[in-house]
Design a binder for this molecule. Structure first.
Ligand SMILES: *Cc1c(COP(=O)(O)O)cnc(C)c1O
Ligand SMILES: [Zn+2]
Length: 405
């Protein structure tokens, strides 16, 4: 484990109480300051003895591998997606498929570190609010760690597969009237009363695990920095985690420039993209977020200001896409690359296609789209706009007639 300290991102003061998720002085966001001096003596090859995954990068992580709660998260493929790339006019497109994590989303990267930390501080009950994937992941890691788990979900707004996962792993599922933001508010008050240890991404340990997606991309590209990384933005912790990883690799001298971080939001749920459009460092919350991409249906992103920093500081971009563009990109990815992602994940591809059309992205760029979650969790979205099964008797003639029709 790297030595580290929890500090306020806004006022810089050190925060000792491990149960706090905001600064006790200014209510600011927390972050973790890593001591990377020992890593400066190392080279990327020194880590290759470990299987690819979050724990390969233990020298960048604020948790002790001896205590790890792991179900082999990370180590996901980076596809050279040339057919998709040709279709959208960016031949150098790559897809990092995070849907192949143990519970089907990148949330597992953060949870292995978050739940390991929970074990290190002796937490007995962990909890979170979630649009679905965070609860599915936390429920699995809590099961692995032998902890109790409580999850707060916005009633009626969670994809079927994700809800099934949380129930399956034995979490207590509380269905809250209102939006994700309302569910998070309740979870935070439960944490203030010390009834749960909160593992939403406002917890500074989770983004630390999520940094590993960037470390893997660099490993998979032999440390040739891509021009751009495109990802969906909901609560905005993931884009912040990717940014933090870039800064840390620059600090230890393993890379010397940053990819342009490009955050995509859904039109009906776009506080970060709207702030970017107006050149602002802060955002105005969206009261009634709406989109088919439920994982990014978040009006008041906890890490929104951090996301804006990440985008501005890397010369990146932020844009919105419509639900139709998201669903079209989801299908295109399936039909050109054989990859099935959930709608939120397809927002990255939809955003790249749109920014290419608008000339923000050059044809010659080398781009990585982070596709955050597995489409199987949300089968309703997969069959929208797809051809229905065709009725067929048992004769070869009939089957042949249908196939040629
Ligand atoms: C959580 C999630 C997101 C959004 O990530 P943030 O860190 O909240 O911005 C996007 N896609 C999927 C599939 C997710 O589960
Ligand atoms: Zn502070």
């Amino acid at each position: 484990m790297a030595s580290h300290s929890v500090v306020c991102w806004d006022c810089g003061s050190a925060v000792e109480d491990p149960h706090l998720s905001v600064c006790p002085r200014c209510k600011g966001l927390l972050t973790i300051r890593m001591d990377l001096e020992p890593v400066k003596e190392m080279r990327p090859e020194d880590l290759r003895g470990e299987r690819m995954g979050v724990w390969r990068y233990a020298p960048f992580m604020p948790a002790d591998p001896a205590n790890k709660v792991s179900i082999q998260e990370g180590g996901t493929p980076l596809y050279r997606a040339s057919s998709l790339g040709e279709a959208i006019g960016v031949p150098g497109t790559h897809v990092k498929f995070e849907g192949l994590n143990p519970t089907g989303s990148f949330k597992d990267r953060g949870m292995t570190i978050g739940v390991t930390h929970a074990r290190e501080i002796g937490a007995k009950v962990v909890g979170c609010a979630s649009t679905g994937n965070t609860s599915a992941s936390l429920a699995a890691y809590a099961a692995k760690a032998g902890m109790d788990c409580a999850v707060f979900l916005p009633a009626g707004k969670v994809a079927a597969g994700k809800l099934a996962q949380a129930l399956f792993f034995g979490a207590k599922v509380l269905s809250v009237d209102g939006s994700f933001d309302d569910a998070l508010d309740l979870a935070r008050r439960m944490a203030d009363e010390r009834m749960i240890y909160l593992l939403n991404s406002i917890n500074p340990y989770r983004p630390e695990g999520q940094k590993s997606v960037l470390f893997e991309i660099m490993d998979q590209l032999s440390y040739e920095v891509p021009d751009r990384i495109v990802l969906p933005v909901g609560n905005a912790a993931n884009i912040w985690a990717v940014y933090k990883a870039i800064k840390e690799l620059e600090e230890v001298g393993w890379i010397d420039r940053a990819p342009m971080l490009t955050g995509i939001q859904a039109e009906g749920s776009a506080p970060v993209a709207r702030a970017f459009a107006s050149g602002s460092a802060d955002f105005v919350p969206e009261e009634h977020p709406e989109t088919v991409a439920t994982a990014i249906r978040i009006g008041n992103p906890v890490s929104g200001r951090k996301a804006l920093r990440a985008i501005y500081d890397t010369g990146g971009f932020s844009a919105t896409v419509s639900d139709d563009e998201i669903l079209a990109a989801q299908r295109l990815l399936g039909r050109t690359e054989g990859v099935c992602v959930e709608p939120a994940s397809a927002a990255s591809v939809a955003g790249l296609a749109k920014l290419r059309r608008e000339g923000v992205v050059d044809r010659g760029e080398r781009v990585v789209c982070i596709c955050t979650g597995n489409g199987l969790k949300d089968p309703d979205s997969m069959t929208l706009g797809a051809r229905a099964p065709m009725r067929c008797g048992s004769s070869v003639e009939e089957a042949a007639r249908i196939l040629s029709g």
